[in-house]
Design a protein around this ligand. Structure first.
Ligand code: CP3
Length: 336
């Protein structure tokens, strides 16, 4: 691997005077080359189950932008799908599960051969790894966030429903979280064996839990961290939850901040920080974007534990040329 800045920064030891970059959802519907491939598949899972296509979709943003990491093009919902739940992505609605805990409290997950069904992810990981020059990020949803999708069978709306379920049915909830934790441990360990250099855990619905975050989410994430070798860095994205108070409770190497936090509250802590940049900024005028890139570079290029990233995924309304303009500007300084 020629470009190692991302892993150096995860180790809090990026001594180069630059700003390593990757973008949450760097591949996807804002790229016309993605839409072209997507239009050939009636179903998202059919598309990602073809390792050559996964590889191509992973490489697309790397061809366009100066990025310091790749992320395997799959989804956090691969585990529930491999456990027997049919999932469709309906335009304007997001994921729709054929079955859910809220409509079917006896819902059972098929835990027997899910890992074989996920072979396509591991095959894609190997293919990607053989072609890239930057580190490869493997990933999974957190047990809690996968539970939220299994519970609602879609993206959640009324959070009170799941809150009352977990307080009325703590044993069932923990049993499912435990089963998901075991599956995630095996899933990420197979990704690492196939070539992933680090692992990001997406706790996109952690914000629902507030005071119960440790009990229903962080404890399980910590268990996953403990199962991984110390040499493999782990990143946690916990949307809607301030991670400020969590530092002493975790062994996570890097926090991926959402858009609501303040980097300066974290940057001097003994871990790596990425994220926080609001992708809506990519709608700004070119001159404003250039000023933003300059001020970010100025502020963070001497930090050894900083990675530039967005605080929420890139959305289809973003113009990739704006992303290019911004990242090329950050890169211009990187090479000085
Ligand atoms: O480059 C990359 O981003 C890698 C691939 C990737 C996808 N999803 C592809 C995808 C990654 C890392 C994800 C993570 C993911 N998926 C998260 C965590 C990050 C976050 O945004 O909080 C979540 C919550 C999901 C669940 C999910 N998958 C939703 C809600 C949707 C619906 C539509 C959307 O884009 O929000 C998906 C489908 C999905 N996953 C698409 C892509 C490119 C769009 C599907 C399509 O083309 O129809």
């Amino acid at each position: 691997m020629n470009n190692n800045y991302y892993l150096k920064a995860l180790d809090q030891k990026n001594e180069a005077l630059n700003v390593p970059v990757w973008l949450l959802r760097q591949a996807g519907r804002y790229l016309p080359e993605y839409m072209e491939i997507r239009s050939k598949f009636p179903n998202f899972f059919e598309m990602i189950k073809t390792p050559k296509i996964c590889k191509e979709l992973t490489l697309q943003p790397l061809r366009r932008f100066p990025l310091d990491a790749a992320i395997t093009f799959t989804d956090i919902l691969t585990i529930p799908e491999a456990m027997g739940i049919n999932i469709e992505f309906v335009k304007g609605q997001g994921p729709i599960f054929a079955d859910s805990i809220s409509s079917n409290p006896k819902l059972t997950l098929n835990e027997s051969n899910y890992l074989e069904k996920l072979d396509y992810v591991f095959e894609a990981t190997q293919l990607i790894k053989s072609e890239i020059d930057v580190p490869l990020i493997g990933f999974s949803g957190s047990p809690w966030t996968l539970f939220v999708y299994l519970f609602y069978g879609r993206s959640p709306r009324d959070y009170e429903i799941i809150k009352s379920y977990i307080s009325n049915e703590p044993e069932n909830t923990h049993a499912i979280l435990k089963a998901l934790t075991n599956a995630i441990k095996e899933y990420i360990s197979a990704q690492i064996k196939s070539g992933a250099d680090c692992i990001q855990i997406f706790d996109s619905w952690g914000g629902i839990l507030s005071g119960q975050y440790n009990e229903f989410s962080l404890n399980y994430t910590n268990e996953i961290r403990a199962s991984l070798s110390k040499d493999i860095p782990m990143i946690l994205y916990a949307k809607g939850t301030s991670i400020n108070g969590l530092l002493s409770d975790t062994k996570i190497d890097c926090f991926n901040l959402d858009c609501d936090e303040n980097i300066d509250d974290y940057i001097n802590m003994p871990l790596t920080i990425q994220g926080n940049f609001d992708p809506k900024n990519f709608h700004k005028e070119d001159s404003e974007l250039i000023n933003l890139a300059d001020s970010i570079f100025e502020k963070y290029h001497k930090k050894q534990n900083y990675i530039f990233n967005v605080g929420s995924g890139i959305t289809p309304d973003i113009d990739p040329d704006k992303v290019s303009l911004f990242l090329e500007r950050l890169r211009l300084f990187n090479s000085k």
